[in-house]
Design a protein around this ligand. Sequence first.
Ligand SMILES: Cc1ccc(CCc2c3nc[nH]c3cc3c(=O)[nH]c(N)nc23)cc1
Ligand SMILES: [Zn+2]
Length: 373
Amino acid sequence: MAVRYELIKICKQTGARLGRLHTPHGTIDTPVFMPVGTQATVKTMSPEELKEMGSGIILSNTYHLFLRPGHEIVKEAGGLHGFINWDRAILTDSGGFQVFSLSDLRKIEEEGVSFRSHLSGQPLFISPEKSIEIQNALGADIIMAFDECPPYPAERRYVRDSMDRTHRWLKRCVGAHQRPEDQALFGIVQGGMYKDLRQESAKQITSVELPGYAIGGLSVGESKDLMYEMLEVTTPLLPQNKPRYLMGVGSPDALVEGVIRGVDMFDCVLPTRIARNGTTMTSQGRVVVRNAKYARDFTPLDPECDCYTCRNYSRAYLRHLIKADETFGIRLTTYHNLYFLLRLMEQIRQAILEDRLQDFRDAFFEKYYGSDE
Ligand SMILES: Cc1ccc(CCc2c3nc[nH]c3cc3c(=O)[nH]c(N)nc23)cc1
Ligand SMILES: [Zn+2]
């Protein structure tokens, strides 16, 4: 069995789930936040640092690795695990989403998606079969079905036709998958922002017996309330004994609200992306440490954080490094942001264990966002 989900406990206050994800590269406690490593690295972090902060699973991308260095090279290197020297779990996305968010001159047809490389401009093509071939070569423990994430907003007619094609593509992915015993294929629920289409997509995707299911088509510019509404009609239709992965979601509030609505797995580029411009997430809310007001602030970034950055450096030093465009600066802010989210998930898991996730949410929001949330 490639990946097995074990439901440990359901929070009496919220219905949120505490679980464990057993994979060939270790067991991961859920709910879990998964750092994004698009080009086979979680930007500026070493595997040792990721382990030190407690990460058990990282993400990488079919689209990027297909374009560069090419999935054959990664395969010859012993797959992604050998290539990046990471012996814990890896999840790869299927590439469809990245084609639409990165490349131009693209065409989507029943057979697959034609596009131009955003690096070289050369014409390329990815089909469900090609996506699975690449992901089999990369060797991730969890691989995603090739899907279309409709733009937002999108006409109902478009969303329905797109989700029907995504369902047909899922069947082609299952047929093409060469290593189901080593690599767990997750189906992806679509349906745009239409509740009835969400419910229909959940039923169609879960009619295919798979080790886990993702909720796609969200975090595409819609309001958080609309995202939560779509979650509320989707997660109840997903099997309780399988993990649910909400794709592309990772701000602190969305993580807590997503867990309360039955989500087990999250990813987001936010912590690493905002770290690069000196923005950090702390227990007192966002701190933009590059601001002049921190020039003489010799206190730690986050007084409640015990990470390497907060134990050894001051806000003044971080501000200096970021302003001087010193790489060490974004390493320190990245380390802290990832550590902050991984620790937030630990606090959420503890709150589920003690049946007090709603209380935790209220207290966390008060401190992080101030009382207006
Ligand atoms: C390395 C990596 C980066 C990013 C992702 C998730 C990327 C992502 C979305 N991000 C925001 N919304 C998203 C929706 C979808 C979606 O509907 N389908 C797929 N396959 N991916 C999505 C996965 C892996
Ligand atoms: Zn810290």
